[in-house]
Design a protein around this ligand. Sequence first.
Ligand SMILES: C[S@@+](CC[C@H](N)C(=O)[O-])C[C@H]1O[C@@H](n2cnc3c(N)ncnc32)[C@H](O)[C@@H]1O
Length: 319
Amino acid sequence: MKFGPIHVIRDRTYSSLLRQIDATKPSNETQRLQEALDRARQELQLLGVDVESDDRFGPEIPKQLHLTPRLGGEGHEYVEPPTPAPSPLASFNVLDGWISQFEIDGEKVGGAVGLSTDERIEWLMNSIGGVAGKRLLELGPLEGAHTKMLCDADAASVVAVEGSRALWLHCLVIKEIFHLDQARFIYGDFNHYVADYDGPPFDAVLACGMLYHQFDPVTLIAKLSSLTDTVMVWTHVADDDYPPNGVPTEVSGYKGRRMDYGDARNEFRNYCGGTAQEAVWLYHDDLICCFTDNGFARIESRGVSPTPAGPAVLFAASR
Ligand SMILES: C[S@@+](CC[C@H](N)C(=O)[O-])C[C@H]1O[C@@H](n2cnc3c(N)ncnc32)[C@H](O)[C@@H]1O
């Protein structure tokens, strides 16, 4: 269905205006375009379109820009870029907003974070005697950099559950570029996946960088105990200063501090936190108790280290 011409946006349809905004942000034109969008919504209402209930006509400019394939062409028009010869780099460049750094054809590409050579993952894999031949579950793979490490270390299979639409698409690109044939990326909230899982147990679960983003990490840890004997963990833990503005809380008897992430999920282009607005950071001792109380009696830990974002602990928990 097309709406146009509409005089406030000249000869553009609403959707072409959205594409124009996508193509230009960030820029000092954003404010002007937002105003144009507001006026366009008013115009559409005058034309009898129910903009409030029709989700094609949202009130704000789209924030998840990294869902948008790179745009080509001059100015603000959407133009399909010249189609390159097929190559891993060409596929990589279909999406922007990369956080992790990857090496493709000898070139370092993507973001600044060296997750595809992450020594925490090396340490965790070593501490459980390697992952070769093992069936793994990964919670929150981000863009698949750790998944790639697990596959490169000969995991038999990796099921990776990612809750961000944009990040999940990045994972799919990585799967294709690096032939991660034993990996399967599932889009959705892993709390549901873990709660509903009734398949054969996993040999190990990778829980890196995601426990401190959960509304109820205690229930998640308890559920994990029913589907695996081994969990590899890196997570922030609470102390007097972290999380910033954390409110003391207790979850099923385990102490921590509750953090309110506000509207960050909608505000940051590269948001890679949890699916809920609030999350609980457990204190270190409470976190370890939560694992041991759920039957993970053996904890091999590298201890707590300070990081700019708060104290963090690296450990493998197993029966
Ligand atoms: C801080 S990042 C850590 C990414 C990666 N595992 C690492 O350690 O570098 C958290 C990741 O978990 C995902 N995530 C957080 N909570 C989730 C949930 N409940 N369900 C699915 N994915 C989730 C985020 O989208 C993001 O990819």
